[in-house]
Design a protein around this ligand. Structure first.
Ligand code: GUN
Ligand code: ZN
Length: 437
């Protein structure tokens, strides 16, 4: 495979940036270069340093654009592409009225394949190179997702949802069938190429205690797997969960009782948590996934991002689109809404921290920063190229921009897929390669 050298303004983070001036948190190189060989980054630094090592490489000149690690979306629902933009409901009604009926269609493998293809196309178009995805309850929907992900050589984490009650028959499994299907999917896909399996009990309302036991057993039998579910998104959901699990101390304790907390456990939303619940998440190293556009769209609430980060026992936090409760595939649009949610709580999220979050921060939340989320040598070459002058309005605003932090904030505030010039997946151009479907 030929080597390639990307030239441009490289930006990669080492740690959380404390302020918009905290440039020590990142490597930013005005005339930078990334050398790619066989899907991996073999070197990054200044163009003058790297070019002599790359006389055989094809040079792709992205100047004056930014070269960043590809974005990581830590929670999205593949089968909800035709649910996005469904009007007028809060969580439980939205699930019953729109989402569950839509997900019944994924019993059809052909439909699953079509949507999996469109879903990954769309994410790539917006600069996302890794996603943590929920498939439908049907085994074939996870098979379609992984087949499509593997064919593109993407590093994705996904699982078939386990749900055996409180939903229409067309989206229900049983404790035993969900265990058997999950086992078979793990055997077939986990560790195949760049694929990772996540055990996926949808949430406590749609899983019986027997199914939760099965989810716990799967996690014990397969150490190192991710687990994903929903937690404390909406007040009616919390009240119903506590009715269904009267022995539990609170919603978080429901998952704790079945051994589902831990450093690879991802809890979508996690908005309305008590101090006890936050301590339990923090003590176990569990991750709270902030889904700004969804939390606003469904009227769920304001995730306390800064408070969760700065408490004595801080939470590990990821960010995500939560398509189709979320309203956009873009991690730029997601962080724009995150900024506003944080502002409503009297705080600010600095632009360097935003871009840390959607690259290295989300990779760290997945315990995958040794593979994705940075431009460091030895990691996978998943890369996004960003143009802060992509639209007339952006170009005009850029005339007054003086710092990197200002440019990033402009990208976050006005940017979307139009600002994504190119995407590389394991070193191969992926956005320019998309069909026009
Ligand atoms: N809780 C259980 N399922 C879902 C879902 O599909 N979307 C959201 N936003 N919350 C959920
Ligand atoms: Zn969700």
């Amino acid at each position: 495979m030929t080597r390639s050298l990307l030239r441009g303004r490289t930006l990669s983070f080492h740690r959380f940036p404390q302020s918009a001036d905290d440039l020590a948190a990142c490597s930013y190189v005005e005339d930078g270069a990334v050398l790619i060989d066989n899907g991996s980054i073999v070197a990054s630094g200044t163009y003058d340093e790297i070019a002599p090592m790359a006389s055989d490489a094809t040079v792709i000149d992205h100047r004056p654009n930014l070269i960043l690690p590809g974005f990581v979306d830590c929670h999205a629902h593949c089968p909800q592409m035709q649910v996005i933009a469904s009007y007028g409901a809060e969580l439980l009604d939205w699930l019953n009225k729109y989402t569950f009926p839509e997900e019944t269609k994924f019993a059809n493998p052909q439909h699953s394949r079509r949507i999996a293809r469109q879903f990954l196309d769309e994410l790539i178009r917006y600069g996302t190179t890794s996603v943590v995805a929920y498939c439908s309850v049907h085994k074939s929907s996870a098979e379609a997702f992984f087949a499509e992900s593997d064919a593109r050589n993407m590093l994705n984490v996904a699982g078939k949802v386990m749900m055996d009650r409180n939903a229409p028959a067309g989206v229900l499994d049983t404790p035993q069938s969900s265990y058997d299907d999950t086992k078979a999917l793990i055997a077939e896909w986990h560790g195949k190429g760049r694929q990772h399996y996540a055990v996926t009990p949808r949430f406590a309302i749609t899983s019986s205690p027997e199914q939760m036991e099965m989810a716990g057993a799967l996690m014990r039998e397969h150490p190192g797997l991710h687990m994903q579910t929903h937690l404390s998104e909406n007040h009616a959901e919390i009240a119903y969960t506590c009715e269904l699990y009267p022995q539990a101390k609170d919603y978080t304790d429901v998952y704790d009782r079945y051994g589902l907390l831990g450093p690879r456990s991802l809890f979508g939303h996690a908005i309305h948590l008590s101090e006890r619940e936050r301590d339990a998440l923090s003590d176990s190293g569990s991750v709270a996934v902030f889904c700004p556009t969804s939390n606003l769209f469904l009227g769920s609430g304001l995730f306390p991002y800064q408070e969760n980060r700065s408490r004595t026992k801080p939470l590990r936090i990821a960010t995500a689109t939560d398509v189709g409760g979320g309203t956009n595939y873009s991690m730029l649009r997601t962080m724009d809404e995150a900024y506003k949610i944080i502002a409503l709580q009297g705080e600010k999220l600095n632009p360097l921290a935003s871009f840390w979050q959607i690259t290295r921060g989300n990779a760290e939340a997945l315990s995958l920063a040794n593979r994705i989320g940075t431009l460091e040598a030895g990691t996978d070459a998943d890369i996004v190229i960003l143009d802060a002058r992509a639209t007339p309005a952006m170009r005009l605003r850029m005339e007054t921009v003086e710092t990197l932090a200002e440019e990033l904030f402009l990208l976050q505030t006005l940017g979307d897929d139009r600002a994504v010039v190119e995407v590389y997946i394991a070193g191969k151009p992926a956005k320019s390669d998309l069909g026009t479907n």
